[in-house]
Design a binder for this molecule. Structure first.
Ligand SMILES: *Cc1c(COP(=O)(O)O)cnc(C)c1O
Length: 226
């Protein structure tokens, strides 16, 4: 299936989810996650009208960034090891996986401009997932005030892998409530307006629950086995 066709289908579903939840579809940004696909397929996505590209590994990111550069905004959505920060930090527009002070310090040291970050939250406490526990988020965000290279624009999570819609919805809802609480504090370094949540299998629920950035790989650009 062409990316254009997939995108059309996803946009229709976003519009429907927005109608159900009384939201404006313009507030939902689609990030094409290209980690499973080639440079060619990534370029096809851009031609289809995608403005945001997400990669979760240094190698995949550099391989695509080298050719695409500023034809897209770049989202680093995977765990970022501190020693790799210097290779990506001045090229990416958004980091979705800020979850520790050691990473924060490294970004502060290496970045030559402010980095827009989502703080990653492990809402349901799954052992296999990265991210802060919900109760750790506010103290962490408060501490980030000391690091002018960091701007907290929102929170990010991955829902549990389950067919149980209620579990997924609760996860997204909890993240939104946490976001609302931080937003109310009106930290100048952490406006925290955005919610990065929702992937191929759960983005419609995420949109209903307030997602502003959905990260879609398989259902948008597909998954190539290389
Ligand atoms: C791979 C990945 C996605 C996209 O996953 P799909 O299920 O293919 O849409 C989204 N977010 C993160 C953090 C990922 O690693």
């Amino acid at each position: 299936m062409s990316v254009a066709k997939n995108l059309e289908n996803i946009r229709e579903r976003i519009v429907a989810a927005c109608e159900r939840s009384d939201r404006n579809p313009d507030d939902v940004h689609i990030i094409a996650v290209t980690k499973y696909v080639s440079l060619d397929r990534t370029q096809e996505a851009i031609e289809a009208g995608i403005h945001h590209i997400g990669e979760n590994r240094l190698e995949g990111f550099l391989n695509k960034y080298e050719h695409i550069k500023d034809q897209a905004s770049w989202h680093f959505i995977g765990t970022l090891q501190s020693r790799k920060v210097k290779h990506v930090i001045d090229h990416i527009d958004y980091l979705h996986s800020l979850d520790r002070l050691s990473l924060t310090r490294e970004i502060q040291k290496r970045a030559s401009r402010t980095v827009s970050c989502f703080v990653q939250v492990n809402v349901t406490g799954e052992a296999t997932k990265h991210g802060l526990a919900p109760e750790e988020v506010d103290p962490f965000v408060e501490k980030l005030r000391e690091y002018p290279a960091i701007r907290v624009i929102g929170l990010m999570t991955m829902a549990p892998f389950t067919g149980d819609e209620k579990v997924i919805r609760n996860c997204f809802r909890s993240l939104r409530e946490l976001r609302d609480r931080i937003q109310q504090k009106q930290y100048s370094h952490a406006p925290c307006n955005y919610l990065s949540m929702g992937m191929s299998n759960d983005y419609e629920i995420a949109v209903e629950e307030g997602a502003t950035h959905i990260r879609i790989g398989t259902k948008l650009v597909g998954k190539e086995t290389e």
